[in-house]
Design a protein around this ligand. Structure first.
Ligand code: BDR
Ligand code: CA
Length: 323
C-alpha cells in the first residue's frame, strides 16, 4: 500500500489521544513523527501523555518532538479544566520514562521538509507551524497538505461566542498560517466545530466498544470519563465531542466531510479574538486559502473510527446504525 507520510502536531489532550490512536492504527498513514505544542496541556505534559498513549498501543517507536511552550504573542491559557489536571481525563496513567528527542519540533519539521514533502495534521494551536514559517518559510511551503482541527463557520464557539479553542489560544499563529497559505496560493483544510460538534461519543457507543474489545473500551472509558462530566456540566450533552479524530479520518477519507473553498482570516484582537472569519460570499474577492468543511456523516465516522481502533471489518459494526 502507498502510505501517506504525515506528522501529527498535537496537544494531548483527551481527543488528541483518540486521534493519535486512530492515526497509528490506520495503514494508509506512515506517521513519521508526533510534535507537541502547548494547548490543552503544557508541552511537557503533552509529551508525557503522548508517550502514555503510544505505550498503550505499543507504538513507542514513533518519535515525539517537544515544540513551542507558549503562544506567539499572547499569554498561554491551557484547557485543563476540560481535559483534567493530568491532561488525560485524570486517568493518572503510569509515567513512561525516557524517549526524549534532542531535536525540537520546529527543527524536526524544518529538517524533514528540506528532504521530502510530508503532510501535517494539526490538532492543537498552530504555534509550532507559525514558528516554522518564521524560522524556515521554504520548509513550510514544502508541506504537502495541511489539515487543521480548528475554527468554526456557522457553529458557535467553545471559548467565546465566536471562537474555537485552538485558534483562540494562539490567534496570531493561526492568522500567520492562514495568511501564508493565501500568499502561497495553497489551501488549508479547516475541520472546525461545524463538523466536529456532530461527532459525539455516547455512552452507548462506548459500551459497544467495551463489548467488542474490553481492553480498548476500558481504556477509552478511563480517559473520557472526565470529558463526559465536563460536557454534561457545560453543554448538557450526554457523551463527549471528540473533535480531533475527525481531522485524521478526513485526511484518510475525503468523503468523510463536505464543504466549500473560501478565503479565511483569523481575528487577532478584540471581542472576536480567534474567530475564523469565513468569506463565504466572497466580499473580498480573494482567492480561497481554505477548504471549510461544514457537513459530516457521524455514522460513517464512527464506523471508520471503530473499525480501525478495534481492528474489525466495518461490516461487523451494523449495530452502530441504531446508536
Ligand atoms: C480543540 O481544542 C481542544 O480542546 C481539543 O483537543 C480540540 O483540538 C477543540 O476546540
Ligand atoms: Ca487538540
Amino acid at each position: 500500500m502507498n502510505q501517506k507520510k504525515v506528522i501529527i502536531d498535537c496537544d494531548p489532550g483527551i481527543d488528541d489521544s483518540l486521534a493519535l490512536m486512530l492515526a497509528l492504527k490506520s495503514k494508509e498513514l506512515d506517521v513519521i513523527g508526533i510534535t507537541i505544542v502547548c494547548g490543552n496541556a503544557p508541552v511537557e505534559m503533552g509529551f508525557e501523555n503522548a508517550k502514555k498513549i503510544l505505550k498503550q498501543i505499543d507504538r513507542l517507536d514513533v518519535p515525539i518532538y517537544i515544540g513551542e511552550r507558549k503562544p506567539m504573542k499572547r499569554d498561554y491559557i491551557h484547557a485543563l479544566d476540560t481535559h483534567g489536571e493530568d491532561g488525560l481525563g485524570e486517568s493518572f496513567l503510569p509515567q513512561v520514562d525516557g524517549y526524549e528527542q534532542e531535536m525540537g519540533a520546529v527543527d524536526f519539521f524544518a529538517s524533514i521538509l528540506k528532504k521530502e514533502k510530508v503532510s501535517v495534521i494539526a490538532l492543537g494551536p498552530m504555534t509550532n507551524l507559525a514558528a516554522l514559517i518564521k524560522q524556515d518559510p521554504g520548509a513550510f511551503e514544502q508541506i504537502e497538505e495541511l489539515v487543521s482541527m480548528g475554527g468554526t463557520f456557522k457553529s458557535y464557539g467553545n471559548c467565546s461566542p465566536v471562537a474555537e479553542y485552538n485558534y483562540w489560544c494562539d490567534p496570531d499563529a493561526a492568522a500567520l498560517v492562514y495568511d501564508t497559505m493565501y500568499e502561497k496560493g495553497k489551501r488549508i483544510h479547516m475541520i472546525g466545530l461545524d463538523v466536529t460538534r456532530k461527532i459525539v461519543l455516547t455512552p452507548t457507543i462506548l459500551e459497544y466498544i467495551c463489548r467488542l474489545d474490553k481492553k480498548m473500551g476500558d481504556f477509552i472509558k478511563k480517559i473520557t470519563k472526565f470529558y463526559f462530566d465536563f460536557h454534561w456540566e457545560w453543554e448538557h450533552i450526554v457523551g463527549c465531542v471528540i473533535n480531533d479524530p475527525l481531522a485524521v479520518a478526513y485526511f484518510i477519507d475525503r468523503n468523510m466531510c463536505q464543504g466549500f473553498d473560501s478565503f479565511v482570516q483569523i481575528e487577532t484582537q478584540g471581542i472576536s479574538l480567534g474567530q475564523s472569519v469565513v468569506d463565504s460570499m466572497s466580499f473580498y474577492r480573494k482567492e480561497p486559502n481554505a477548504k471549510v468543511l461544514t457537513e459530516v456523516d457521524p455514522q460513517r465516522f464512527f464506523r471508520f473510527f471503530l473499525s480501525r481502533l478495534l481492528e474489525i471489518e466495518t461490516e461487523k459494526l451494523d449495530l452502530l446504525q441504531d446508536m
